[in-house]
Design a protein around this ligand. Structure first.
Ligand code: 13P
Length: 255
């Protein structure tokens, strides 16, 4: 099978947590834990912590990401940050289309597409988040919703640049709720996402793409999820804020 060919990536999404001092403490605790791990290790931190994170992770195997990016290069967009601003600092990853941004900040599939293209054109790796709400799952339209999110987000991407896209399947009902999708539920949708990508860019691109699960993934349930053929890592909220817990996820993804 192809799982062994793909890069497993564990990415932390700190969301709106940690001031600079707390960020520095967490990163210092993470460094020795991450050092011998073979999976990709990414921490996506608030904009105010990017500089701290970049300085403290220099020369380590921990990569740094932002949690959002604007689609324009510069201009009158008060409060926004461009992809060029991020890459100039040395930021390599960016989360785009997180459900919290879709839910609270008016993010749509169309703006997700624009942000994705801006980040890819700047040479960043995009962690593209997709996932259905509980209502959509109960209506039996999970696949339609996820397919639309993937297809619109990647509608302008080329076969070459899509290699810098990681997709995170995050069912909205599982985020921060303690309710994890079962490993079978997560695998089913991740496999479907891979099929959707194959339909757009070909089987080779789909087979090489890292597809993560996210949503109450933690040190206790990660082994079962990461053992699945189509789950190549995780996008981790709460458990990424505690070094020891994040370490268990890194360990499991490195096996
Ligand atoms: P939790 O792990 O806290 O459920 O958050 C998941 C998430 O939203 C990661 O982006």
């Amino acid at each position: 099978m192809n799982k062994a060919l793909r890069k497993a990536i564990i990415a932390g999404n700190w969301k709106m947590n940690k001031n600079r001092k707390e960020a520095a403490e967490l990163i210092e605790a993470l460094k020795p834990i991450a050092a011998d791990k073979t999976c990709g290790v990414v921490i996506c931190v608030p904009f105010t912590n990017l500089e701290t994170a970049l300085n403290l992770t220099e020369g380590t195997n921990i990569e740094v990401g932002a949690e959002n990016v604007h689609f324009e290069k510069s201009g009158a967009f008060t409060g926004e940050i461009s992809a060029d601003m991020l890459t100039e600092m040395g930021v390599k990853y960016v989360i785009i289309g997180h459900s919290e941004r879709r839910q609270y900040f008016g993010e749509t599939d169309a703006t997700v597409c624009k942000r994705t293209m801006a980040a890819l054109e700047a040479g960043m790796t995009v962690i593209l988040c997709v996932g259905e709400t509980l209502e959509e799952r109960e209506l039996g339209i999970t696949e339609e919703i996820v397919a639309k999110q993937v297809k619109v987000a990647l509608s302008k991407a080329c076969e070459k640049c899509v290699k810098n896209v990681v997709i995170a399947y995050e069912p909205v009902w599982a985020i921060g709720t303690g309710k994890t999708a079962t490993a079978d539920q997560a695998e089913e949708v991740c496999a479907f996402i891979r099929k959707t990508v194959a339909g757009m860019f070909g089987q080779d691109v789909a087979d090489g793409m890292t597809i993560q699960y996210g949503g109450s993934m933690n040190e206790k349930n990660c082994a079962e999820l990461l053992a699945k053929e189509n789950i190549d890592g995780g996008l981790i909220g709460g458990a990424s804020l505690v070094a020891e817990k994040f370490g268990v996820l890194l360990e499991e993804a490195s096996k």
